[in-house]
Design a protein around this ligand. Structure first.
Ligand SMILES: [Zn+2]
Length: 117
């Protein structure tokens, strides 16, 4: 384990909190699976005929945002899991150390620069 792991762990936990906060504005946790988030429809309190199209559109937007945030959350959780296992900062493809600059740009990076998708 590198001495800096704690710095990255803090960054990851901070980002996780932010991502979960954002998720709670466009979705809700699946009651049967806490790791799964479901998009929610925007509030229906003011539903009027004219607004139906708009609402469908913003629901579609929520679906897209939830997918994006969920996938980011998955990356963050995977990185936190690696910290726990003492394998943080190692490329998932070649097993070499991930460049420091890359981890600073994205603490959840799972691969080195040569194996970026
Ligand atoms: Zn690699």
């Amino acid at each position: 384990m590198t001495p800096d792991t704690n710095i990255f762990k803090k960054k990851l936990l901070d980002e996780k909190k932010l991502v979960e906060q954002e998720l709670s504005t466009v979705g809700r946790r699946n009651p049967e699976n806490a790791a799964d988030w479901e998009p929610v429809a925007p509030s229906e309190e003011t539903a009027e005929r004219d607004e139906v199209a708009d609402k469908l559109e913003s629901f579609e937007e929520n679906v897209a945002i939830v997918r994006q945030l969920e996938s980011r959350l998955g990356e963050i959780n995977a990185a936190l899991g690696k910290i726990h296992d003492g394998a943080y900062g190692l490329c998932a493809v070649c097993g070499k150390e991930i460049e420091r600059v890359r981890l600073e740009a994205n603490p959840a990076a799972a691969t080195c620069k040569s194996h970026m998708k």
